[in-house]
Design a binder for this molecule. Structure first.
Ligand code: ACM
Ligand code: ZN
Length: 813
C-alpha cells in the first residue's frame, strides 16, 4: 500500500490512440476515501463510443448500476457507451463480474488501456467501484451538463478495496431548522459519493416534529411549527431576541418513502431518530397529556438547549410512542431505529406523583455502588429512563428491529441489545463495547460538525467549539492498542450536523464539508493507510468536484491558519502558520499590508517579538489561493510563559487547547499568554473564571525568572451579561523578588459606558514607574453583580449573582 501511495502521481509519456502527436499526461489518483489497496499502472483507458459495457452475468441491481454509469457519462461527456452481453475481443470494454466470497461492500477495479473490469460479490461493492471510477474522471463527471468535445480517459490502476467499518454515516438534524427535500437528496448524494452507507435523520426534537404520523395528526399540525426562532448566539442577549417569523415544515409519509427508496438505490440505509424521553417538547406541545403536567399548555420552542418538559412514562405515553413507532417501522426498513435517549432532565419526574409511584412499583433505588456498565452511580430517576428505553427496545425487538441510542442510555443499566452512539467524548462507546454492546463513535468534538472549523472572527456564528479539518481527520475510533472487545464492538463512525445555528442550505454545506469527507475516509480507509498530507493532496481535486456539485464547502483549506505555540526547545512563543493546501507557499507581512507573492516566505515557526499586525495568505505558483488571514499578535515579556491563577481556569481555557492533539502537545500556551487577544466573535479565545460571593477577584501570577524592569501591564476582559460576564471593575499590580512577599505598585478602576446587551471586548492597561520585579501578580476584580434571570439566564436560585470574569490576554511590558 505504501508503494501505492508513493506512486500516486505517475508521470508517463502517453501516445493517445487516434491522435498522431505525443502528449504528456500525468496519471493522478485523487480518490476519497482512499482505497485500501491501490497500485497505479501506466497508460490510460480512453472513453469513446466504441466502449461497451458488459453485464451479461449480472443481477438486475448490478445492471441498474451499470445503467447509471452509462447515463452519467452520456450526460456529462456526451460519450454514449453501449451495453452488450458479450464484447468482441478487440473492443474496449467495462465488464461487471460477479464473484462470490469478496469482503462485504468490497470491490476490485482493474483499469488497463484496453479494458476495465469491476468485480464484486454484492451490488454495493459494484456501486462503490463505480464511485471510484467517477473519481478517476474529470470533476465534470459530477455535473449536469455536457462538456464540449470531452476527451476523457481513466488512468490505469489496480484497486482492491473494502471498508474498515460497517457503519459509516452522517446525522442531519432537521428539527432545529427544517431542511427542504431537495437538500435531503443532495445530502444523500454526497454520502454515496463518499462511500458512506447510513443517513441518520434526526426527525423530532423540542423545536419541531418533522415526520407525518397519521394516528397523531397534531404532531404535524401543531408540533411541526414554532412561532419564531432565536436570533444570534444563545447567550448574546438576555432576554433572548427572536425573529418573529414562523418556522415549520415536515415530511409526508409519501415523501419519506421516496427518500428511503432513493437512498436505498445508493446503498444507503436511512435510520430515523424519534427522540424519547427527552427533547420531546414539540410532541408535548401537540399532546400535553404526554407530559407530567397534562393541564399545562406548551409551545414548540424557538430557542436551543435542554428542556425540563419531557415525556411522562405513563401508559398513555407508551401507547403513543408505540403508535408512532408502528408507523415509523413501516416507513423505514432499517434494522435500527434510533430512539434518542440523550439529555433528558429528571426534574419533572422527581415531582410527578405517577413517576414516583412507578419508581416504587418497579423497585428502583438510587445506586449505592457504581454501575458495572459505566462505573457510575445512578439515581432512581435515571433508572426510570432505563426502564423507558428498555421497554421501547422490547417493543421494537418485537417488530424485528434493534435500537440505537445516545450514550445516556448507558445510565441506569443498558438496554440489552442496544447499540450506543458515543457523543459525550469516546468513553460511552468504549464502556458499551467493553460491556459487549455495539457502539458507533460520534464523539464531540472531533465529528461534531456544528463546531467552528476556522477562526471564529471570520466564521458564521456556530454553537461553539473548534475542530479543524485536520482535527476531524486525526480521529481514530479504534486505536491499535484498544481492548479486543472495543475492536469487535465499535462498528463505525458518524458525523453529526446539529442545526441550531444552521439556518439554510449554504450553512449546512459550509458546516458539513469538507469535514464530512475526512469522516468518510476514517470510516472507509484502514488507519495504517490514512495520511493527512496525502489526504490534502487528494482534496485539491475533491474541492473541484464539490464546486461542480455546487456544494458550498468551507474554504479554510485554501487559507492560512495563524497559531501560536511554545517551542519545546527554546521555550519561546512561536508564530506557526499553516495551510492545508498541499505544497502551497505561505507569504506574510507583519505591518498590516496585504501579502503578495513577493512578501516574506514562511519556512518555519518564528518567535513572536513585539506587536505585529500579521497578515498571511497561501500561494500556489504565484496565485493566491484563499483569503488573507489577519491577526494582530501582542508579543511581550510573558508571551508563552507558564502562569498560575486563583481560582483555576473554568470551562474556557483558551483558543488552541482543543487543537493540541493535532498541533503537538502544548499545555503551557493557554489562552492568557498565547499572544492573541480575545475578541467579541466567540468564547473560543477567552479564559473563564467563575466568580461568587466568596471569590470576587482573580489572581494571576507569573514568574519572570530574573529581576526585570517592568512599567506596564495590559489585559483584556469581556462584556457579555447574558452569559453572566462583565468586564473587570478594577485591577492592581503587585511585584515580588521571591514570590512570597509582594508590594503593590499600581491600581486602577475602570469606568465604562457599557452597551445594553451583546458582547464587547475591553483592553485595559496599568502604567507605572519602571519597577524591578521577578514575580508579578495581577489582581482583577470582577465587574459586579447581575440580576439573576433578568440580566442573564437563571440557573441558580439567588436573586443576584457575581459576574464571571473572562480574561484574554495578559501582557507585561
Ligand atoms: C447530542 O449531541 N445531544 C447527542
Ligand atoms: Zn411523570
Amino acid at each position: 500500500m505504501k508503494k501505492g501511495i508513493s506512486l500516486l502521481l505517475l508521470s508517463l509519456l502517453f501516445i493517445s490512440p487516434g491522435c498522431k502527436q505525443t502528449k504528456e499526461v500525468v496519471n493522478e489518483y485523487n480518490i476519497v476515501p482512499l482505497p485500501n489497496q491501490m497500485t497505479p499502472q501506466q497508460g490510460r483507458f480512453e472513453l469513446s463510443k466504441k466502449v461497451k459495457v458488459v453485464t451479461a452475468t449480472c443481477t438486475p441491481q448490478v445492471k441498474a448500476i451499470a445503467d447509471s454509469l452509462i447515463e452519467r457519462l452520456s450526460l456529462t461527456s456526451g460519450i454514449r457507451i453501449q451495453q452488450t452481453d458479450q464484447a468482441k475481443q478487440d473492443t474496449p470494454a467495462i465488464t461487471f463480474v460477479t464473484r462470490e466470497g469478496m469482503l462485504p461492500e468490497g470491490y476490485q477495479l482493474s483499469v488497463t488501456p484496453s479494458n476495465i473490469v469491476i468485480t464484486a460479490s454484492q451490488p454495493n461493492g459494484f456501486f462503490y467501484a463505480v464511485q471510484t471510477l467517477y473519481q478517476l474522471l474529470p470533476p465534470a463527471v459530477y455535473g449536469s451538463t455536457k462538456q464540449k468535445s470531452a476527451e476523457w480517459s481513466i488512468p490505469a490502476v489496480e484497486i482492491e478495496d473494502a471498508p474498515r467499518f460497517a457503519y459509516r454515516g452522517l446525522m442531519l438534524d432537521v428539527s432545529r431548522h427544517f431542511s427542504e427535500l431537495d437538500y435531503i437528496y443532495k445530502f444523500i448524494d454526497q454520502l454515496a459519493i463518499h462511500k458512506m452507507n447510513t443517513f441518520h435523520w434526526h426527525l423530532t426534537d423540542d423545536q419541531g416534529w418533522r415526520i407525518e404520523i397519521k394516528k397523531y395528526p397534531k404532531l404535524t399540525e401543531i408540533g411541526s411549527k414554532r412561532k419564531e426562532t432565536l436570533i444570534d448566539y444563545y447567550y448574546t442577549n438576555w432576554p433572548q431576541q427572536f425573529d418573529g417569523k414562523e418556522h415549520g415544515g415536515y415530511y409526508t409519509q409519501e415523501q419519506i418513502k421516496a427518500v428511503v427508496a432513493y437512498a436505498a438505490s445508493k446503498y444507503i440505509t436511512v435510520i430515523p431518530e424519534i427522540e424519547m424521553p427527552g427533547h420531546a417538547l414539540a410532541a408535548i406541545a401537540s399532546y400535553p397529556e404526554l407530559s407530567c403536567t397534562p393541564d399545562t399548555t406548551y409551545d414548540v420552542t424557538g430557542t436551543w438547549g435542554v428542556f425540563d418538559e419531557v415525556y411522562c412514562p405513563n401508559e398513555k405515553t407508551f401507547a403513543f410512542l408505540e403508535g408512532v413507532l408502528d408507523e415509523v417501522v413501516e416507513l423505514f426498513p432499517s434494522s435500527y431505529i434510533h430512539i434518542g435517549g440523550d439529555e433528558c432532565p429528571k426534574t419533572a419526574w422527581k415531582s410527578c406523583a405517577h413517576c414516583q409511584n412507578l419508581i416504587k412499583e418497579l423497585g428502583l433505588k438510587d445506586d449505592t455502588t457504581p454501575n458495572v456498565a459505566d462505573g457510575k452511580k445512578h439515581t432512581k430517576e435515571e433508572k426510570l429512563q432505563s426502564y423507558v428505553i428498555t421497554r421501547m427496545e422490547k417493543y421494537l425487538n418485537g417488530k424485528g428491529r434493534n435500537i440505537i441510542g445516545w450514550d445516556e442510555i448507558l445510565e441506569g443499566g443498558l438496554a440489552p441489545n442496544a447499540t450506543v452512539m458515543s457523543w459525550r467524548g469516546v468513553e460511552g462507546g468504549m464502556a458499551a463495547a467493553k460491556a459487549g454492546h455495539n457502539a458507533i463513535m460520534t464523539p464531540n468534538p472531533y465529528v461534531y460538525l456544528d463546531h467552528y472549523q476556522e477562526d471564529p472572527e471570520i466564521a458564521p456564528v456556530t454553537i461553539g467549539g473548534y475542530n479543524t479539518l485536520k482535527k476531524t481527520y486525526s480521529y481514530n475510533p479504534v486505536p491499535d492498542d484498544a481492548d479486543e472487545l472495543v475492536k469487535k464492538h465499535i462498528i463505525g463512525i458518524q458525523g453529526n450536523i446539529w442545526n441550531e445555528y444552521i439556518q439554510n442550505n449554504d450553512r449546512r454545506d459550509y458546516q458539513t464539508f469538507p469535514r464530512a469527507i475526512a469522516i468518510a475516509e476514517t470510516g472507509w480507509t484502514e488507519n495504517r493507510n490514512k495520511d493527512w498530507k496525502n489526504f490534502c493532496h487528494r482534496m485539491v481535486e475533491e474541492f473541484k468536484r464539490l464546486d461542480v456539485m455546487n456544494v458550498k464547502a468551507c474554504r479554510n483549506f485554501f487559507d492560512v491558519n495563524i497559531n501560536t505555540h511554545v517551542s519545546d526547545s527554546t521555550g519561546q512563543l512561536n508564530v506557526m502558520l499553516e495551510t492545508f493546501y498541499p505544497d502551497a507557499e505561505i507569504r506574510y507581512t507583519l505591518d498590516g499590508s496585504e501579502p503578495t507573492k513577493q512578501s516574506e516566505l514562511y519556512t518555519q515557526p518564528f518567535a513572536l517579538k513585539g506587536h505585529i499586525d500579521l497578515k498571511a495568505a497561501a500561494f500556489n505558483k504565484d496565485v493566491r489561493l484563499g483569503i488573507i488571514s489577519h491577526k494582530p499578535l501582542y508579543g511581550n515579556m510573558i508571551s508563552g510563559k507558564h502562569f498560575t491563577t486563583t481560582p483555576a481556569m473554568g470551562w474556557a481555557t483558551g483558543d488552541i487547547v482543543d487543537e493540541n492533539d493535532v498541533l503537538g502537545k502544548d499545555t503551557t500556551t493557554m489562552g492568557l499568554t498565547n499572544g492573541k487577544r480575545g475578541n467579541k466573535a466567540s468564547y473560543t479565545p477567552w479564559t473563564s473564571f467563575r466568580m461568587s460571593d466568596t471569590c470576587r477577584e482573580l489572581e494571576f501570577i507569573v514568574n519572570l525568572d530574573k529581576p526585570t524592569q517592568i512599567s506596564k501591564v495590559v489585559f483584556g476582559s469581556l462584556f457579555n451579561p447574558a452569559f453572566r460576564i462583565l468586564p473587570a471593575a478594577s485591577a492592581s499590580i503587585e511585584v515580588s523578588a521571591n514570590g512570597k512577599q509582594y508590594r503593590e505598585i499600581a491600581t486602577a478602576s475602570f469606568t465604562r459606558e457599557l452597551p445594553k446587551d451583546g458582547r464587547k471586548a475591553y483592553t485595559d492597561s496599568l502604567t507605572f514607574e519602571p519597577t524591578e520585579a521577578t514575580f508579578v501578580k495581577l489582581k482583577i476584580k470582577n465587574g459586579g453583580i447581575l440580576r439573576n434571570g433578568i440580566d442573564c439566564r437563571k440557573d441558580t436560585p439567588e436573586e443576584t449573582i457575581q459576574a464571571d470574569l473572562y480574561i484574554d490576554e495578559v501582557e507585561i511590558y
